[in-house]
Design a protein around this ligand. Structure first.
Ligand code: TXA
Ligand code: MG
Length: 309
């Protein structure tokens, strides 16, 4: 516990000095910096090699802290009380008086906000006088990091400090929901579609407020080698990702789960993609994953990861 506190204090020191720090969340690790500082947030883009036009998610401790930066209504409060802290990101209207850096919003009038559910990061956010801008802690378009060693894999010595909170419990990014214009899911994520969809109000699309997710390109979450989906008979030379116990396990088989447990598959997906890549496999095939619940998000990520450059 004392160790946690001293690490949190270290993180605060770096963050107060406009440095980036990797933080654990229940979804994936974030590459965090002071969201009010132009200097700090510009370092995120540089480290990630992220295009400047791709805005960042801002992480808050609670509503008190959000009130300074965003407008919100009863519908937001309802969703907040149901799902937060948790794996959901809201697109809200930015207040004119907000101090959020222009780097974060790319000068849009909206802000992506999230209340992550991780003990260490919540303690950190509670102490800070500013919220944290934090995209996933990986080089742009690559596989998200779900542990300290993944973050090191991505950034090596370029990152000043990693707050180690153990492996991320969920293993896939948050679900992004727009509450500006038409209420809808913009990115599938760790909060299953069927759990959130029923709470969204069916309002009309307001053309002025057509919101998209700029960073959700076709190629994403990519291990850098080809992936084939829905495969029953893998080639001997490729890594085969499976989700249930097989009678014979060849040495190129990698278990995402042994019992079709899709939460386990979600948690193991990015880790396994990294392992396979490190083992120098030149291609990957994946067994069919049921397109239900979190399976929809897993398939979304695999589909994007399998796109050719
Ligand atoms: O689970 C997560 O959401 C993780 C953890 C660290 O919180 N973060 C994450 O951030 O996945 P990132 O930057 O890798 O993905 C955020 C996505 C990007 O594709 C970005 O384009 C989109 O959110 N985004 C950010 N601000 C937006 C806005 N105002 N409107 C629409 N999309 C936005
Ligand atoms: Mg990302």
């Amino acid at each position: 516990m004392n160790n946690d506190l001293s690490n949190i204090k270290k993180a605060i020191k770096y963050l107060n000095n406009d440095q980036c720090v990797a933080i654990p969340t229940e979804t994936v690790y974030g590459l965090a910096a002071n969201a009010y500082s132009d200097k700090a947030t510009s370092k995120i883009y540089k480290l990630k090699k992220r295009p400047k036009k791709n805005p960042l998610i801002v992480h808050y401790y609670n509503l008190d802290k959000l009130n300074k930066d965003c407008e919100f209504d009863k519908q937001f409060l309802k969703l907040y009380s149901k799902f937060c802290p948790g794996p959901i990101t809201f697109i809200l209207k930015l207040k004119k008086t907000s101090n959020i850096s222009k780097n974060v919003t790319n000068k849009n009038q909206t802000l992506a906000v999230r209340f992550p559910n991780h003990k260490l990061t919540r303690r950190l956010l509670k102490f800070l006088k500013y919220p944290l801008a934090a995209p996933s802690a990986n080089i742009s378009k690559g596989i998200s990091a779900i542990s300290r060693s993944d973050v090191l894999d991505e950034f090596g010595k370029k990152i000043k400090f990693i707050l180690d909170g153990g492996p991320s419990k969920k293993g896939l990014e948050s679900t992004i929901v727009s509450l500006v214009g038409k209420q809808k899911i913009l990115r599938l994520g760790s909060l299953e579609k069927n759990k959130i969809e029923k709470f969204l109000i069916k309002n009309k699309d307001d053309n002025k407020n057509k919101i998209i997710v700029p960073g959700q390109g076709k190629i994403h979450y990519s291990p850098g080698i080809p992936i084939r989906l829905n495969i029953e008979k893998p080639k001997k030379s490729e890594a085969y990702l499976v989700i249930s116990k097989k009678k014979i396990t060849n040495k190129n088989y990698f278990y995402l789960s042994k019992s079709k447990n899709l939460n386990e598959v979600a948690k193991n997906l990015y880790k396994t993609l990294r392992i396979v890549k490190k083992m120098s496999y030149k291609s990957i095939s994946v067994e069919t994953i049921p397109n239900k619940g979190i399976g929809e998000t897993i398939n979304d990520r695999l589909m994007r990861a399998s796109k050719k450059k």
